[in-house]
Ligand binder design. Structure first.
Ligand SMILES: *[C@@H]1O[C@H](CO)[C@@H](O)[C@H](O)[C@H]1NC(C)=O
Ligand SMILES: *[C@@H]1O[C@H](CO)[C@@H](O)[C@H](O)[C@H]1NC(C)=O
Ligand SMILES: *[C@@H]1O[C@H](CO)[C@@H](O)[C@H](O)[C@H]1NC(C)=O
Ligand SMILES: *[C@@H]1O[C@H](CO)[C@@H](O)[C@H](O)[C@H]1NC(C)=O
Ligand SMILES: *[C@@H]1O[C@H](CO)[C@@H](O)[C@H](O)[C@H]1NC(C)=O
Ligand SMILES: *[C@@H]1O[C@H](CO)[C@@H](O)[C@H](O)[C@H]1NC(C)=O
Length: 423
């Protein structure tokens, strides 16, 4: 849908040249080159179709190419400029294609109903809201053609009034029953927080924190050193396992809410909430990293289970996502505890290929730029082959790492600062 053919064919040529001539460079390399990263991005564009993939992809465009509009950049006061700076017009055009396409197709997707409705019809109540952030920026910057404010309002009202909740108020991840998924934390609270910031509604901003707090109260497994379970309640699809990507979604969602609070006009009145969010991200790092496999430097799909457990396998996708959250926590909150682990995983994911039967230059990417090995994004217990979200997580890891290097690579050598508060 958003394929950009000229760029793709250019990249294939570049890649072919790299493949034949520059192998020796990559033997030394511990980072992805710009060309390799562009190939990763091109596969993300090809692959992102589902609601949460579009929402997640939108964030990568900001993280990599338009950081002024990312809530994760430390010096970005909110709200952002309502006029797009000329220097960002190209990445922001790419960004706005996503909400434009989604909002233009919204009526058809939802059968022409009016009033509360998701941005895309979906069995998940949460996933379509991940696109809401981009819809809010489209409205804020006055993009024409569609009623972005109305679409955002309908999405918000759908979450608030149509989606079932637990008795204590946690909004369900599913439309037709109450079920809580760790993924929710990335899909919904960042939208609520940004909506509250833009419309100057502190109640709504705070609701993002409340939802995270409720989800943590259900999904955090104190008998597993605070790893989060994946799916609780509901009549089917329960998954009490400690799904690695789910732990990553939770940490990454919390960081986006933390960034929104910290950069917003309400920062001074949301101090304790920011402290909690930073502590909860660190809590996930402290739960996850002891399970990192020492030889591959990857997490398994279910972090607390060894790779030899039935059905388990190494998962580069969650490994990249978690690494991105370690760099971001360092940048946003000055907590550098798990930086040495993130660095180990990033270098492992950037390693050159030493397998002569494979024609890729990289161990963890195939020749077309797809990350491997990865969990199937549509079936969380199975290994897959082409994961759009995995591509997005690589971009998030790489962008966060770039920003962290620019910030002086703090904590790279393991210097510990357990409770930083630079806000
Ligand atoms: C960022 O810009 C580069 C250079 O134009 C492009 O190759 C890449 O796809 C962009 N990244 C994202 C996530 O859009
Ligand atoms: C929605 O409206 C379009 C255009 O008027 C129409 O073609 C389509 O059949 C309608 N869909 C439903 C489910 O009513
Ligand atoms: C849409 O943008 C306008 C500023 O142009 C702002 O006043 C309004 O609150 C925004 N609405 C939403 C739902 O974000
Ligand atoms: C702020 O948001 C809350 C929750 O959505 C809503 O009930 C309230 O009416 C909003 N306040 C204003 C002034 O819009
Ligand atoms: C080497 O690459 C081939 C072809 O992709 C693959 O079948 C094989 O499993 C790889 N071997 C190792 C040790 O990864
Ligand atoms: C090498 O790459 C090409 C292009 O993606 C692919 O068709 C072919 O199967 C690959 N060969 C091996 C041995 O992996």
């Amino acid at each position: 849908m958003f394929r950009r053919i000229p760029l793709c064919s250019h990249l294939l040529i570049v890649h072919a040249l790299i493949s034949v001539s520059l192998l020796s460079v990559f033997v030394q390399a511990q980072e992805l080159s710009d060309d390799q990263l562009a190939l990763v991005c091109a596969r993300l564009v090809d692959g992102a179709k589902h609601s949460w993939e579009l929402g997640t992809r939108a964030q990568t465009i900001l993280a990599m190419n338009a950081t002024r509009y990312s809530v994760l950049s430390v010096s970005n006061s909110l709200p952002p400029p309502s006029t797009i700076p000329d220097s960002l017009s190209s990445p922001m055009d790419t960004f706005f294609q996503i909400p434009q396409d989604v909002v233009a197709n919204r009526s058809q997707s939802n059968g022409n109903i009016t009033g509360p409705q998701p941005l895309i019809k979906d069995m998940s109540a949460a996933d379509p809201a991940s696109i809401g952030f981009a819809v809010l920026i489209a409205n804020w910057t006055g993009q024409g053609g569609e009623d972005y404010a109305g679409a955002a309002k309908d999405q918000l009202d759908f979450l608030e009034f149509s989606v079932p909740r637990t008795s204590d108020g946690a909004i369900s991840h599913r439309v037709n029953q109450v079920q809580l998924w760790s993924d929710f934390v990335y899909m919904v609270p960042p939208f609520l927080a940004y909506y509250g910031m833009i419309t100057q509604n502190r109640t709504l901003l705070l609701e993002a924190y409340n939802q995270i707090s409720l989800y943590r109260s259900y999904l955090r497994d104190t008998s597993a050193n605070n790893l989060w379970k994946h799916v609780l309640l509901g009549s089917s699809q329960n998954d009490e396992g400690h799904w690695s990507t789910g732990n990553g979604w939770a940490a990454a969602g919390m960081l986006r809410v933390l960034g929104t609070y910290k950069n917003s006009q309400y920062s001074n009145t949301l101090k304790s909430q920011q402290q909690d969010l930073a502590a909860w991200v660190l809590e996930i790092h402290a739960a996850m990293y002891p399970h990192l496999d020492n030889s591959s430097n990857l997490f398994t799909n279910y972090a607390s289970q060894p790779v030899t457990a039935e059905g388990n396998f190494f998962d580069a996708s969650s490994t990249a996502l978690l690494a991105s959250t370690v760099y971001r926590l360092s940048l946003i909150w000055g907590t550098h505890t798990y930086l040495p682990y993130a660095e180990r995983t990033r270098k492992a994911l950037s390693a050159p290929n030493t397998n002569s039967s494979s024609n890729s230059t990289l161990e963890h990417f195939n020749v077309d730029g797809w990350l491997t090995p990865v969990v199937n994004p549509n079936s969380y217990g199975e290994q897959g082959s082409e994961s759009p979200e995995g591509q997005a997580f690589v971009v998030e890891m790489q962008s966060a790492w770039r920003d962290w290097v620019a910030d002086g690579s703090k904590g790279a050598n393991g210097a510990m600062r357990l409770t930083g508060d630079n806000g």
